[in-house]
Design a protein around this ligand. Sequence first.
Ligand code: PMP
Ligand code: GLU
Length: 399
Amino acid sequence: MSETRVSKRMARLSPSMTFAMNALSNELKAKGIDVVNMSLGEPDFNTPEHVKAAAREALDENYTHYTPVPGSVSLKNAIIGKLQRENGLTYTPAEILVSNGAKQSLCNAIMALIDEGDEVIIPAPFWVSYPQMVLLAGGKPVHVDTGIDQDYKMTPEQLEQAITPRTRMLVLCSPSNPSGAVYSKEELEALSAVILRHEGLLVLSDEIYEHLNYVGAHASIASCPGMWERTIVVNGVSKAYAMTGWRIGFLAAPKWIVSACNMLQGQYTSGPCSVSQKAAEAAWNGPQDCVEEMRLAFKRRRNLLVGLLREIPGLEVALPEGAFYLFPKCSSFFGKTDGTRVIKTSTDLAMYLLEVGHVATVGGDAFGAPDYFRLSYATSEENIKEGAKRMAKALALLK
Ligand code: PMP
Ligand code: GLU
């Protein structure tokens, strides 16, 4: 075919760097190179047994047909129970929409609410997909820089300054991917005070790392006074229950928002996989000790990796309060060389670490923070030790 034109919409998008670095790592592995993969953020644990049993039962009972578009009634009730029990938030079934992972929930909300030219405030560092989803919707991502010096958290003053008459939404991720920063209830209340001064400003609150919190109780901005009406809460089973492949996430929001997202999903993908819905129901309704076990393992790994990386000259490493990522500052290596290549950006550094050190990470450029890079510690303690050793060796070659 002579013409291979894709839509103009596609020209706005760039590929997901998290998946891209994971793919590069897998390519090297396929060539027989032993790579320590710290690029992709996904729990290395297995899905808990009682969850898998629920899925097997669903299959045996032929629960294999279309479900309602917004998810089965029993799963929505399990989510309503979770939101009440864990977050003190009250929702009705018409205020819940289950999707193919939290990723689709986020995209649903953005596509349903953002018009051409609407501004969406995204504190940087941010998860790679937020600005891409906003661009897909025709909106304008507005980045607010936060760095290691302010614990990677946006202040109320920074928020106030970023708001214009075109601002429609703020995307908040706590605990954060990629920085691991966790906003306290007080900090969320201070941000809420700013938000409530601006009519029509909504918050898309990504709480997918809720349970990977090493400092205390999770706070949802939806529970701050006056914020329930303004907030779209997004969460799912991927991280808390080691269920990334099952693809179940949800959004909880006022009915007018859920109705719009439901219509979109009904034309686009329908309800998510029926068997996965049964599994997710078991995860939310079942015993929760598996979540705590995984949290404690991640906390040990965090402490281990932070300790090892702090010994490497040139890296500035914060102790993150949540999620399973470190986001060290690495700009001291810019302009340095190993004799064959010059490191100019954090992506150059990630490529160098992959090709020379055989450790897969992700450069901070894709996260809107070019002076940093991201490592996922959702891997074994053995891999963490080996990865840190290789990084120390490779970085020491840069002069
Ligand atoms: N939000 C953040 C911040 C994430 O890191 C991820 C992980 N991919 C998601 C959302 C999407 O998760 P899910 O697997 O439920 O689509
Ligand atoms: N959340 C994970 C990460 O950031 C999975 C990859 C993705 O969905 O981008 O690595």
